[in-house]
Design a protein around this ligand. Structure first.
Ligand code: NG6
Ligand code: CA
Length: 531
């Protein structure tokens, strides 16, 4: 066919896409029937076999990679949970909004109802939306203004989720109950729940206390986690009541897998979006007995196997419903790995040769790559070529723009101010995504291409090496220590040539440092980075 004639028969956008060799962004053919986001908690870049894990088998995660595309330079928005999840759902860098640091279990809902969110964008496009698992974004009005014994609002419903089944905060924070469609599951009205985060105070009368009753704990704490005791495990925060409603940690993975699978089954005949946020592999790591001893790494390794089981359950549900080919599944993690995160679960002692952050330096809470560079696997058999790999720079803050692009919607200027679509990168392993990225915790750091800039941080003199230019030990983490990068010198690394960020080039390249610093300052001043 004559090329000109061929192009004339197509819409402009489609013609442009044909010329560039890609499917039209947002065009009808590009929309996945369903979207499933599987978000692990604290799973590091190197914690799954398809990213090089040692000593733990992850057949279901590996299956996703084999059938889809494995990203090697994808990032959580922050090196801790709440800011990453805030950015994921809003498309806004969390550091723009006060109060989005690690949230207590009685925080108020952090996302304003009415703003564009990942679920609201997809709901507008006709998807039924659901969230199952860890929330950690606050609920209701916060503090004493949350009544855990009635409907709790605002919550997931008010920001776009049709269905929710939640751990309100984290596995290690009170209240230790599930909340389904904004009501505590299995609550006996005769045993009402009260929660307190006055951590200088005491637990409610008659409740166990992790310090006073330490000898009876089934899992001892190493730091924090000495407040209320639920299921023999000390937690952060106090609670009383709701005895019958309290979760059993050992059953949590099965409960979440069942709720996630049931959502898929219920909605199999219409488009749906499922945000499946596991508790694994966060602390407390108390896997079901059938996973105990499956690795030589103790509870942390066994929790990875349990995470993989949940991935398998979701993939099986998609297979059973015949939805595999036209469902976009993306698996990632909310921040990098951590070993001792407050419980004596042998994560350090039994690590062996396993490297949770792979070849990268840093960990959860750290500004080095290991803090945010996470596994990111996308499978969509209809559109993504199996067994491919992409080195595009992407971030979880990019989900909102990606969802809009995939469903052919334009975002208004105020929406998702820091979100860039990675839809093109899904279809073309060679396509670039964003050019630069700002990551959070404990300072704001910048990536532009392969370059990484960590500004000097005068407020936090973490490991006490002020002004000496000594930048600690890149292996501190795997030896059980922490390596937060909170020194008083600016740091510049070539993350391609030096993934361990051991060779600080800031002194040698002042111009590059100045350019990256300017990029960061502009992003702050402009209030947005999306053009
Ligand atoms: C810290 C907790 C840690 C973990 C983290 C949040 C202590 C000593 N440490 O304050 O155990 O809960 O908060 O993790 O209590 S996150 O993945 O949800 O960000
Ligand atoms: Ca986390």
């Amino acid at each position: 066919m004559n090329r000109r004639l061929f192009l004339c028969g197509m819409g402009m956008a489609a013609a442009g896409a044909a010329l560039s060799g890609r499917a039209a962004e947002g065009g009808a053919t590009a929309r996945p029937k369903n979207i499933v986001l599987i978000l692990a908690d604290d799973l590091g870049w190197g914690d799954v076999a398809c990213y090089g894990a040692q000593g733990v088998a992850t057949p279901n995660v590996d299956r996703l990679a084999r059938e889809g595309m494995r990203f090697t330079d994808a990032h959580a928005s922050a090196a801790t949970c709440t800011p990453t999840r805030y950015s994921l759902l809003t498309g806004e860098y969390a550091w723009r909004k006060k109060g989005t640091g690690i949230a207590p279990g009685d925080a108020a809902l952090l996302i304003e109802p009415g703003r564009a969110t990942l679920p609201s964008v997809l709901k507008k496009a006709g998807y039924t939306t659901g969230v199952v698992g860890k929330w950690h974004l606050g609920l209701g009005l916060g503090g004493d203004r949350i009544d855990w014994n009635h409907e709790i609002a605002p919550g997931p419903r008010e920001i776009g989720f049709d269905y929710s089944f939640l751990l309100p905060a984290t596995g290690d924070r009170a209240p230790c109950v599930y909340v389904e469609n904004q009501r505590v599951v299995g609550l006996d009205p005769a045993d009402p729940i009260k929660v307190s985060y006055d951590l200088q105070g005491e637990n409610f009368p008659g409740e166990l206390d992790g310090r006073r009753d330490r000898a009876g704990l089934k899992l001892d704490w190493s730091h924090g986690h000495h407040y209320t005791v639920v299921n023999g495990i000390g937690r952060i925060g106090y609670m009383t009541g709701g005895k019958k409603a309290r979760w059993v940690d050992e059953d949590m993975a099965d409960t979440l897998a069942a709720k996630g699978s049931a959502f898929i089954e219920r909605n199999k005949d219409k488009p749906f979006f499922l945000y499946f946020a596991t508790h694994d592999i966060h602390v407390p790591r108390v896997p079901n007995p059938r996973f105990v001893g499956k690795t030589s790494m103790g509870a942390r390794g066994d929790a990875i196997v349990q995470f993989d089981f949940q991935v398998g359950a979701i993939l099986d549900a998609l297979d059973r419903c015949g939805l595999k080919d036209d469902t976009l599944v993306i698996l990632s993690s909310d921040n990098g790995p951590v070993l001792d995160d407050g419980y004596k679960d042998q994560a350090v002692e039994r690590l062996g040769a396993h490297r949770p952050a792979g070849l990268f330096r840093g960990h959860k809470y750290s500004a080095y790559e290991g803090g945010t560079r996470v596994p990111f696997i996308a499978r969509w058999p209809k559109q993504i070529k199996a067994g491919t790999e992409s080195s595009a720079l992407v971030s979880l803050v990019d989900w909102v723009a990606t969802a809009a692009a995939l469903t052919g919607q334009a975002l208004s200027p105020a929406d998702a101010p820091d979100s860039f679509s990675f839809a093109a990168a899904l279809r073309d392993a060679k396509a670039p995504a964003r050019a630069s990225l700002i990551s959070q915790d404990p300072v704001l750091s910048v990536r532009a291409g392969v370059w990484k800039f960590i500004p000097e941080n005068n407020k936090r003199n973490g490991p006490q090496r002020p002004d000496t230019g000594l930048l600690g030990d890149p292996d501190a983490f795997v030896k059980g220590g922490s390596d937060n990068g909170s020194w008083n010198v600016a740091q510049l690394y070539d993350t391609a040539a030096d993934p361990r960020e051991a060779n600080n080039l800031a002194g040698q390249q002042p111009e590059r440092v100045a350019a990256l610093r300017a990029l960061l300052e502009k992003a702050k001043a402009d209030g947005r980075t999306r053009p």
